[in-house]
Design a protein around this ligand. Sequence first.
Ligand SMILES: [Zn+2]
Length: 255
Amino acid sequence: MPRSPHPAAVASAKELVARLRIRHPREIDIELIAADLRILVRKMSLQHEEGRLLRTATHGIVNVSHDAYKSNKWRFVVAHEIGHFIRHPENDNYEACTRGDLSNYTGTGREAEANDFASELLMPEVLFKKRCDRNRPSLRDVGELAEEFSTSLTATALRFIRFAPEPCAVVHSTNGSVDWLDWTPNFRPGIRKRTKLDGRTYAGDLFAGKAVDDRSSQVDGDAWSDSPWAADMDLFEHSRKVGPNSVLTFLWHKA
Ligand SMILES: [Zn+2]
């Protein structure tokens, strides 16, 4: 089964969204939210981490790497550090978070907890869930929501999966192999982690340097899944490069 987000982290973010009376995605001004909590956000050159929280009991400073400002990633970094500030007050006065911590989408522990907090704060269920009811969903729908909520395609795709009524999955691959995935409870084909991508997948084509249309297209079910009946199912794939060595894939099948 897909992993459930940390309930207390989600509850903390919901409480903040309610207290600030956020009613529209454009009202999620992460620097203002930080300021409300007495946290200053600074853009810095950081060597090995994307974000760093310095804190006293009542105040904080979040240093964010220059690199994170190349996209909307910086907003997730700040939201993640706010998560540590609120959720982990027993921590010492220094918390450094690496790229790995910030892409810990499917694990457990404090970093995953801070990511769950950030997802709920940047894409509050009360605003986001109703936008996930889409016909034949694909990365195009995810991209529209990423635009509206000023979030990354990957973080938005994972959030989409949490609420989508249609059977779908998000698969992240690095260097031609699946490194993590998440799916809706009604998504049927089983896909294994650390599996080398099949040459018939569009994600595999992207790693092979082939041109791939930026849209959802039918793919052989058994190219993605070992399930015995997968070959006969109608599976649709939409893959995009999200980094020099990484591809994000959205899979959907009819209910
Ligand atoms: Zn962290």
